[in-house]
Each structure stands twice: as structure tokens, then as C-alpha cells.
Design a protein around this ligand. Structure first.
Ligand code: GDP
Ligand code: MG
Length: 606
């Protein structure tokens, strides 16, 4: 079936629809989203015309901006085009299944071990694996893939190894919810540490069960009760304290408490009744993937529905292939693998990403078509991601629901400010709205904060701190908004106004450039002069300036002078050195960073 190219009609005077012309509906195919220029192209009009129509609708856009389906329909309507949704073609190529509870059978729980660095995640994972190898295999066991299944008294449990909670959330951002239960490892001699709190918040945001493994209980200085005490603050209340969170005292080194831990996992699994349909075609998620010499691309996938068979055709993320060989965690070849089984597969045509969706299809033709379609979609999304998800947009998005939900990640320079800001946010009450602080901590905004915010459509509130380099990169890639404040009440006012829908098009900060301090001189009567190198963008005399030390904002104000060699200059661009001094501030140190910014008024709906 072909839609046919819209025939060019002869123009005879002003547009007057003849009966035939009306019958030939002009169509544009839109696969979920379309760029302004593509839409213009498929309607044989200039991009400028589309941009003008958008402007008429109150939306400022450029040719590369991505329009959603609704907007595309409106715009196309103006040109008397009908939008045909081409997105459902994806479904046409997928094998359809009848969802029926009758087909569901119990499946093993999928467990991920997370915790602060050095608290014993790897040791625990190894201990569990060694303690539960079926007899006869012991000794001969080789660690083939890091995710594995153990058999605990006849009940299998699957352990997934992810490189940490940031990766866990990044996988979730790709749509993969693989974990049922998180084992939070806390060293009994060290107690709750920053990453412990991050794990708690990442796990809570993912809505998974948490079991706390209090590790290193063999140490004389171990204080398992103190861990229970500390956890109260994060609403993980142990049974001893009248709560429902399971705590297990273990020693990964000595092997004590491991049985009880596995017992507890089994207990949670029994209550939760994890189920899947083993008879349908396989679907799952990529845990890890790499190129292996002599084998080509290999991927470890977790089967989540159905049964994977050797010879199956599949699409995975934007890659595709056919299962040439599959092996389990011991490196043993297998022919089939059911729900909750981690399997290493060969036969991919490329390397997928962790968290990519894996699904079996009918033929290699379908697999290839799907992969190509997804690659195209990913390209479109990359085009669209330059656009920041702003506080305003997030609220607008949610406005269809009855309660407006605003998710926040809050970072601050010191504990005192953090507590104050959190307490004040808790007090904000605007009818019909709900604020949730997903995570809060002292320190610069990190990559893990950005992925958490992205996955949960949250805004990062940064109080006297700035994103570090990794966070900035992630931020640009994902389009997460970070709002920086120096005064608590300004942050609160913004949040409150946003919730009240008052946060109109107003002031937004634009960062123009950054420079690093490479030298400092003390000059009589002037003060400290800093020798800088402009890393990116530019720094101008007229900009507002902030001084950042290890991610923290030390000072904000204006430049006292800006010089290239001996000359006063108006601005200095990236790649050049310059000298500057800060108006009224002399405590400049080597390695500090200067950030130049301005507050600019932004137009509505941009
Ligand atoms: P990870 O960073 O969380 O993966 O931690 P590791 O498993 O690498 O362990 C960090 C350190 O703690 C290593 O030196 C381990 O030997 C030690 N360790 C792990 N578990 C225990 C335990 O139960 N008792 C004692 N005493 N040391 C442990
Ligand atoms: Mg480790």
C-alpha cells in the first residue's frame, strides 16, 4: 500500500477546492514526532512558513525543533494537511500477545546489590555466588558473567550486577525496570554514608523493595544497632523498632548471615508474588554489552517475559540480530531461558546500551526494520534534547492530572542550609499541588543527581553549589534544568510561584563562559589579580561573575578589571588568557573557576 506522493495541483487563481481536490486528502506521515523542517518539507512549504504558523500559536521555534504529534496536527491543519500517525508501525512488526493472568507463572525475584563504596557489595555478591553453587560444580566454577542465579533451597534467586546506583537509574531512564529488590549494603563499622543515602533515594524513586544488609559484622568495632538507628531518619524502620524493613546482619568475609539474607529475599518474593508468562516470545533488558575478541558483540540480557530460544530473531535498542549462541552465568551453553534468567547472547549486529529493551520478533526483516526505525527515532530525540525541561514546562505537563506534582533534587553547600531549605520546602502548601524531594545532599551537583532528575522529571535546586563537569555534560545531553540560588527565600519564592502557576516567562540565567585561575598576584592598591585561561564561551566586562571553588559558589559580583596583556578589554574569548580582578574580593585561589553569566528575560513558552 502506498500513500502516493501528493500530486502537484495546478494553481488556477485563488485556492478554490474543487470536489475532487477535496477528496484527495493531503497527508503527512508523522512517526511520533517530527522536526519543523521535515514537516515543512513533507508539505512542500518553506520552514519559515511553518515557523510563522507556530509563532501565531504562541510558540517560538527554529527549523530543528521537534514537534510532538498534537502540535504537528495543528500546524499541518493550517496548511490543509492531515497527519497520519506512522508511529504505530512499530507495533505492527511486534509479535502480539494476549495479556492474560491465566498464563502467568511464578518467576524468581531479581535482586541488585548497591551501597556506599567499600561497604562490601562485590564481596557479598561473590560470597552468595560461592555459597550457593550446586554440589559438583564447586571448584570448577568460573565466573563467566557477573549477573547470576543461585538456588536457595530449591528457590532460584537472580542477582544482577550493575556498576552502581547511577547506572541503575540510567538504565531506568532507558525504560528498564529490571530490579525487584535492592539489597542495600551498609558497613557496620562505617554506618550511613552519602552514597547510602543516594541508593535509598534512587531505590525509592524506582519503587522497589529495600532489604538492608548490615555488613562487616565480624569486625570488633561493628555497630549494627547504630545502622538501624541511623536508618530511621530515612524511613527505613527495622522490625526491632516496630517497622517493616528487613535488616540482616552479615559478614561477607566470614559468610555469616548469608542464609538469613537469602531467606529474607525469598520472604519478600513470596509476599510480592513476582510473575511472568513463560510461554510467550521473549522480552527483557540489556544488563551489559561489549565487543569480545573473536566473538563480536555480546550482550547479557535479563529475560523478563517469555522464553528466549536459540535461533530467535530479535531487536534490541537500535540494534538487531539472531541468537547464534546463548550461555548462562557459568559459561554453559543453553537452548532456552525463561523469565528472570540472565543470559549472555551472541549474534548481535552491534553493541546495545545497558537498559535497552530486548524483544524477539518474527523475522530478521522485522528486526531490521524495527532497529532502523528506532535509530531514526533516537536521532530525532537527540535533536530535541537541546531543549531544557524547565520548571514551567514540567508543571505545564502535569496540569492534566488533578494534582500537580513537582519533583525536586536539592543540593547545597553546607548541611545547615540544606536542612533549612528542606524544612522550608516542606512547609510550602499550594492547593492541588504536591512537592516531592527525591534526593538531597551536601555537595556539587553530580551526574547521578542529573540522571535521577531526568528519569523522574525533576528539577535540581542548587543552593550555593554548581554542577561538576560530568553533571554539566549529562545535563546538556538530557535536558535537565538546574536552578541555582544564593538566598533561600528566592528559591522558595520561585517554587511557590511555579506551583501557583505564576512563574511566567521571566528571568533565566544564561552562562556565557568559564575560565580557570592559573596564577594569582597581589598588586598594591588593587588587590589580587588573577591570571586566567578562558575555557569556553567568553567572559565580558559587563557580565555578572561568580567564583567557584570545588563546585561551591564562593562569591558573586562584578569584575573590577579585565585585561589582555596591558590593555583593558571589553571581552575575552575561549582559548585566550587574560588577567582579571574581582570587584571587592581578593580571596582567589589557584584552580578556582570563574563563571560569567547574565540574567535574561525569556519570551513566553520558549
Ligand atoms: P565494594 O566497594 O562495596 O564492592 O566493597 P568490596 O566488596 O570491594 O569490599 C571493600 C573492602 O571491605 C575489602 O577490603 C573487603 O575485603 C572488605 N570487606 C568486605 N566485606 C567484609 C566483611 O564482611 N568483613 C570485613 N572485615 N571486611 C569486609
Ligand atoms: Mg565493588
Amino acid at each position: 500500500m502506498s500513500h502516493g506522493r501528493p500530486r502537484r495541483r495546478k494553481r488556477s487563481g485563488p485556492k478554490k477546492a474543487s470536489p475532487q481536490a477535496k477528496a484527495i486528502k493531503r497527508r503527512v506521515e508523522v512517526a511520533g514526532t517530527i522536526t519543523v523542517s521535515q514537516l515543512a518539507h513533507s508539505m512542500s512549504v518553506k520552514a519559515g512558513q511553518v515557523i510563522r504558523v507556530l509563532l501565531g500559536m504562541g510558540q517560538v521555534a527554529t527549523a530543528n525543533d521537534v514537534l510532538d504529534m498534537e502540535t504537528a496536527i495543528l500546524v499541518a491543519g493550517e496548511f490543509e494537511f492531515e497527519v497520519v500517525n506512522a508511529a504505530f508501525q512499530e507495533e505492527k512488526l511486534m509479535i502480539q500477545v494476549e495479556e492474560s493472568t491465566e498464563n502467568l507463572e511464578g518467576r524468581p525475584p531479581v535482586v541488585t546489590i548497591m551501597g556506599h563504596v567499600d561497604h562490601g557489595k562485590t564481596s557479598l555478591l561473590d560470597r552468595i555466588r560461592r555459597a550457593n553453587v550446586a554440589s559438583g560444580e564447586a571448584g570448577g566454577i568460573t565466573q563467566h558473567i557477573s549477573s547470576y542465579q543461585v538456588n536457595h533451597k530449591g528457590n532460584p534467586i537472580t542477582f544482577i550486577d550493575t556498576p552502581g546506583h547511577a547506572a541503575f537509574t540510567a538504565m531506568r531512564a532507558r525504560g528498564a525496570q529490571v530490579t525487584d529488590i535492592v539489597i542495600l549494603v551498609v558497613a557496620a563499622d562505617d554506618g550511613v554514608m552519602p552514597q547510602t543515602v543516594e541508593v535509598i533515594n534512587h531505590a525509592k524513586a524506582a519503587d522497589v523493595q529495600i532489604i538492608v544488609a548490615v555488613n562487616k559484622c565480624d569486625k570488633p568495632e561493628a555497630q549494627p544497632d547504630r545502622v538501624r538507628q541511623q536508618m530511621l531518619e530515612y524511613e527505613l524502620v527495622s522490625e526491632e523498632f516496630g517497622g517493616e524493613t528487613i535488616f540482616c546482619d552479615v559478614s561477607a568475609m566470614k559468610g555469616t548471615g548469608i542464609d538469613e539474607l537469602l531467606e529474607s529475599i525469598q520472604l519478600v518474593a513470596e509476599v510480592e508474588e513476582y510473575k511472568a508468562d513463560p510461554k510467550r516470545h521473549a522480552e527483557g533488558s540489556v544488563i551489559e554489552a561489549r565487543i569480545e575478541r573473536g566473538k563480536g558483540p555480546v550482550a547479557v540480557v535479563l529475560v523478563q517475559h517469555g522464553t528466549l530460544k536459540r535461533g530467535d530473531h530479535f531487536v534490541v535498542g537500535t540494534e538487531w540480530g539472531r541468537v547464534r549462541a546463548m550461555v548462562d552465568h557459568r559459561g554453559k551453553r543453553m537452548k532456552t531461558g525463561g523469565p528472570s534468567t540472565p543470559i549472555e547472547i551472541m549474534g548481535l549486529n552491534g553493541v546495545p546500551a545497558a537498559g535497552d529493551n530486548f524483544v524477539v520478533v518474527n523475522s530478521d526483516k522485522d528486526a531490521k526494520a524495527l532497529a532502523e526505525h528506532r535509530a531514526e527515532e533516537a536521532r530525532m530525540q537527540a535533536l530535541g534534547s537541546g531543549r531544557r525541561m524547565t520548571l514551567e514546562e514540567l508543571l505545564k505537563r502535569g496540569s492534566d492530572e488533578e494534582i500537580l506534582k513537582l519533583n525536586l533534587v536539592v543540593k547545597a553547600d553546607v548541611g545547615g542550609s540544606l536542612e533549612a531549605i528542606k524544612a522550608s520546602i516542606d512547609k510550602i502548601e499550594v492547593d492541588g499541588t504536591d512537592i516531592r524531594i527525591l534526593h538531597s545532599a551536601v555537595g556539587a551537583v553530580s551526574e547521578s543527581d542529573v540522571t535521577l532528575a531526568h528519569t523522574n522529571q525533576a528539577v535540581v535546586i542548587a543552593f550555593n553549589v554548581r554542577p561538576d563537569a560530568n553533571a554539566r555534560r549529562a545535563m546538556d545531553g538530557l535536558g535537565v534544568e538546574i536552578r541555582t540560588y544564593k538566598v533561600i527565600y528566592e528559591a522558595l519564592e520561585d517554587i511557590e510561584n511555579a506551583l501557583k502557576g505564576l512563574l511566567g516567562p521571566d528571568i533565566q540565567e544564561v552562562v556565557h563562559g568559564t575560565a580557570e585561575i592559573r596564577q594569582t598576584f597581589s598588586v598594591p592598591k588593587i588587590g589580587t589579580v588573577a591570571g586566567c585561561f578562558v575555557n569556553d564561551g567568553k567572559i565580558a566586562r559587563s557580565h555578572q561573575i561568580r567564583l567557584i571553588r570545588q563546585g561551591k559558589i564562593i562569591w558573586e559580583g562584578r569584575l573590577g578589571s579585565l585585561r589582555r596583556f596591558k590593555d583593558d578589554v571589553r571581552e575575552v574569548s575561549g582559548g585566550y588568557e587574560c588577567g582579571m580582578n574581582l570587584d571587592g574580593y581578593n580571596d582567589i585561589k589557584l584552580g578556582d573557576v570563574i563563571e560569567a553569566f547574565t540574567d535574561e528575560e525569556v519570551a513566553a513558552d520558549v
